[in-house]
Design a protein around this ligand. Structure first.
Ligand code: FEO
Length: 168
């Protein structure tokens, strides 16, 4: 069992993860519209991963005999600029999520809620990986320069990403 405050905070975050999925789906649609098929695929996988985060949060709230409450999902932007700007926006969003996870963890520690602390540890590790994979893409894009050929080559690399089963 978790406190009502913890339940509210986790529900709030579940909704934030839903928004993340919605945002990346919008980014994927934008990339597809621009003809960046690899980036569109990478972002589609990212959107799917966010739904895995939603499912994990959903299951944990229920396992703790608390109630899942869904809220409305904010409308995401639909224009994201150049490919570098697009991935800069991904990284900025992931850093925001990392801050939210940090706040959840701080709350769990303050409550001596060891079950939630252990549960959140997976998300702490996941955020490090997500920020790193996004930063790697940005670094490569900046290294290659903003030419059509460079974008074409990196877009092809991005197409290789597949949905990985979540580590337990
Ligand atoms: Fe669910 Fe990308 O954070």
């Amino acid at each position: 069992m978790i406190s009502p405050e913890a339940s509210n905070a986790l529900n709030d975050h579940l909704n934030a993860e839903l928004f993340s999925s919605y945002l990346y789906l919008s980014m994927s649609a934008y990339a597809a519209h621009k003809g960046w098929k690899g980036a569109a695929s990478w972002l589609y996988v990212q959107a799917q991963e966010e739904m895995i985060h939603v499912q994990k949060m959903y299951a944990y709230i229920e396992d703790q005999d608390a109630r899942v409450i869904l809220e409305g999902i904010e409308k995401p932007p639909s224009d994201f600029g150049t490919m570098v700007e697009l991935f800069d926006a991904v990284l900025a969003h992931e850093r925001l999520v990392t801050g939210r996870i940090r706040d959840l963890m701080t709350h769990a520690l303050e409550e001596n809620d060891h079950a939630t602390e252990t549960f959140l540890q997976w998300f702490v590790t996941e955020q490090t990986e997500e920020e790193k994979s996004c930063k790697d893409v940005i670094d490569r894009l900046k290294l290659a320069g903003d030419t059509g050929l460079a974008i074409f080559m990196i877009d092809n690399e991005l197409a290789a990403r597949v949905l990985a089963p979540p580590a337990v």
